[in-house]
Design a protein around this ligand. Structure first.
Ligand code: FMN
Length: 276
């Protein structure tokens, strides 16, 4: 539960298991002790440890009744905190059952449904099927439908709202490398001019601020290791990203972290100096 108490609100926390009572207990703690804004239940994870080993996540898409029991018990335990569910389209392409599942989710009292437009067996292959996501909408009476999958630009977010009947969208992977995407997407959806990407200087400052926050929580040594993954996200799509990833993967101290960042996110004044 680290960070849950201090994290600014609104804050949704996601939980997974296959036992309604366990989930209700954890949900109640999140809702009443930690006072989170939303408790989300994960019925979408396709990873073996979660599905085959723990019969949870997307494994439960095969068991709509159990999903219903889980949601009902978590909703009752968390009230009045809203409980939401995240699903995939189904387990496999041949067994897409998102419409049935959506009705179970709504009937059990969930406050919203998020759908990742892939099946569990597709993992992250191919592209998200937004037609299948939108096909769910007419079958929901009252809860919002949130579409998810492959939104990595403001234009794609605006396009998703234009083309598909969804009430909201969720951005996942792109948020790690481009946290400013939310402001850009919000502007695009409102029909306003999309703010430019931050300059390299601003991106470096953001990355260093991120590192600083992780240091405060975990201490600088552990933070240097934890930041490997996030630092790589910031470099995504940039020239030299592969070399950056290689170097970042070996970082063990803050000194090396700072040195690598300064090298790959050079200060604009320095770059101008080099050009001159
Ligand atoms: C490394 C990784 C971890 C993820 N962990 C979760 C998770 O814990 N819960 C969840 O609901 N989705 C999880 N997802 C799935 C994303 O939330 C999202 O549904 C999926 O990546 C598609 O959206 P995107 O194209 O915007 O990334 C994870 C995805 C990745 C790549």
């Amino acid at each position: 539960m680290w960070g849950v108490a201090e994290e600014p609100r609104p804050l949704a926390v996601q939980i997974w298991d296959n036992d309604p009572e366990t989930l209700a207990k954890v949900g109640a703690r999140l809702a009443h002790q930690y006072r989170v804004s939303v408790v989300d239940i994960n019925f979408g994870c396709p990873v073996r440890q979660v599905t085959e080993k723990a019969h949870s996540g997307s494994y439960l898409l095969k068991q709509p009744d159990r999903m219903g029991q889980i949601i009902e018990q978590v909703v009752a335990a968390c009230a009045p905190t809203p409980v939401t569910a995240k699903i995939r389209l189904g387990c496999t392409r041949d067994s897409i059952n998102a419409i049935d599942i959506a009705q179970v989710v709504e009937g059990a009292g969930a406050a919203a449904l998020t759908v990742h437009g892939r099946t569990a067996s597709e993992m992250f292959r191919g592209s998200a099927d937004w037609d299948q996501i939108a096909a769910i909408k007419p079958h929901l009476q009252k809860i919002p439908l949130i579409g998810n999958g492959d939104l990595d630009s403001a234009e794609k977010v605006a396009e998703a709202f234009r083309r598909y009947d969804v009430d909201g969208v969720m951005i996942a992977r792109a948020a790690l490398g481009k946290p400013w995407l939310f402001a850009q997407a919000a502007a695009a959806v409102r029909g306003e001019a999309v703010p430019a990407d931050p300059t390299l200087d601003e991106q470096r400052e953001l990355l260093l601020h991120h590192f600083d926050l992780v240091c405060k929580r975990f201490g600088s040594k552990k933070a240097s290791v934890l930041m490997r993954k996030y630092a790589c996200c910031y470099a995504q799509g940039r020239r030299g990203a592969r070399e950056f990833r290689k170097r970042v993967a070996k970082i063990e101290t803050p000194e090396v972290f700072y040195a690598v960042v300064e090298e790959f996110f050079p200060r604009e004044a320095d770059e101008a100096g080099v050009r001159n």
